[in-house]
Design a protein around this ligand. Structure first.
Ligand SMILES: Cc1cc2nc3c(=O)[nH]c(=O)nc-3n(C[C@H](O)[C@H](O)[C@H](O)COP(=O)(O)OP(=O)(O)OC[C@H]3O[C@@H](n4cnc5c(N)ncnc54)[C@H](O)[C@@H]3O)c2cc1C
Length: 299
């Protein structure tokens, strides 16, 4: 199928895009990389009367270093992150996340802002940017506002954006040298969305035990979730010695499930999440002295 008839707009600046969206109201949609929107248009699951293509706005593409971190423009593609065309404020985490998204063809067009706005529970960026405590800048008819990336998704495919607002940028504080990051995606065939996605950040104490743990899980609930009970359970223990049985009680508590009371499918799903957390821990990398380098293996 092909999209229903619509009018295509290609503004040259953010204020022109926002003015268009405010004037056109509910009948308009922002077009980023089109990797989620175009299939929906083709299947006529949505039938907007206007498309506002923001990929011609040069100021939205690429990244620049800012005090303590990196600011990524909304139309920066997954491929630009994967190929190192922009700095990696996560010391390798962003590059790893980007490389795991769909197929290369999807990554060459799909954008950071589009992924955040789309708020797919199984997508990489909402969980990664939540774990990194990133800030999202959005612009609408009433001006510019910033909000924590973890507050942007409001449910499956629902975000905190108003109809006239566009994601302009996402700003990430650089991970400190010596901090560890781990990301693991459990998925079916290559190019698939996550069945489970764990992102963990931690330091190590003098005995190699984990401390300052931040652990986030995607594809488990409608929005990315932090796992505080599991973080507590991990604290003081070396990552290398942890297995699924050790991690499972924390994950079950964080997801509000009692392992013994679950049916087979739910128990299997819970074990997948626990195994994904373990693999993220076991494959953790240490941030090197200069941003974008990794050194060492999981403690
Ligand atoms: C085969 C396939 C496999 C995929 N696999 C994965 C995967 O494994 N992991 C993953 O994370 N993603 C995956 N994706 C999705 C891909 O990452 C998309 O790039 C992403 O979901 C949407 O980004 P986009 O730039 O293409 O946005 P679009 O498709 O253009 O837009 C998506 C939605 O966001 C809105 N929007 C777009 N940009 C903005 C903006 N700047 N401000 C406000 N609203 C905006 C649109 O109006 C629309 O509602 C896959 C897609 C395909 C087709």
């Amino acid at each position: 199928m092909k999209p229903a008839e619509l009018t295509y707009h290609r503004p040259g600046g953010v204020s022109a895009a926002v003015a268009l969206l405010a004037g056109l109201g509910d009948g308009a949609r922002v077009l980023g990389g089109g990797q989620s929107l175009v299939p929906d248009l083709n299947a006529r699951r949505i039938t907007p009367e206007h498309l506002v293509d923001i990929t011609g706005i040069n100021t939205l593409r690429g990244a620049r270093r800012v005090a303590g971190g990196v600011r990524y423009g909304a139309t920066t593609t997954h491929q630009m992150v994967e190929d190192g065309l922009v700095p990696d404020a996560g010391g390798g985490l962003l590059t790893r996340a980007a490389a795991g998204i769909g197929h290369r063809a999807v990554r060459t067009r799909g954008t950071l802002g589009g992924s955040l706005a789309h708020a797919d529970p199984a997508a990489e960026w909402p969980t990664v940017f939540a774990a990194l405590d990133a800030t999202v800048e959005v612009c609408g008819a009433r001006g510019v506002r910033s909000l924590p990336a973890r507050e942007l998704p409001r449910g499956a495919f629902r975000s905190a954006l108003a109809a006239d607002e566009i994601v302009v940028a996402v700003e990430v504080h650089g991970l400190m040298p010596g901090r560890w990051w781990g990301l693991y995606k459990t998925a079916g065939a290559g190019g698939s969305f996550a069945a489970s996605l764990a992102v963990v950040l931690f330091d190590t104490d003098a005995r190699g035990g984990l401390c300052e743990v931040a652990l986030w899980l995607g594809a488990a609930r409608e929005t990315p979730v932090r796992l505080p009970a599991t973080e507590l359970l991990l604290t003081g223990r070396p990552a290398a010695g942890l297995d699924v049985a050790a991690v499972l009680p924390g994950v079950a508590q964080d997801l509000g499930t009692v392992d013994g009371a679950l049916d087979h499918t739910a128990r299997h799903t819970l074990r997948i999440h626990a195994a994904t957390v373990c693999r993220a821990l076991h494959r953790a990398e240490r941030v090197g002295r200069s941003a974008g380098t990794e050194e060492g293996r999981a403690p």
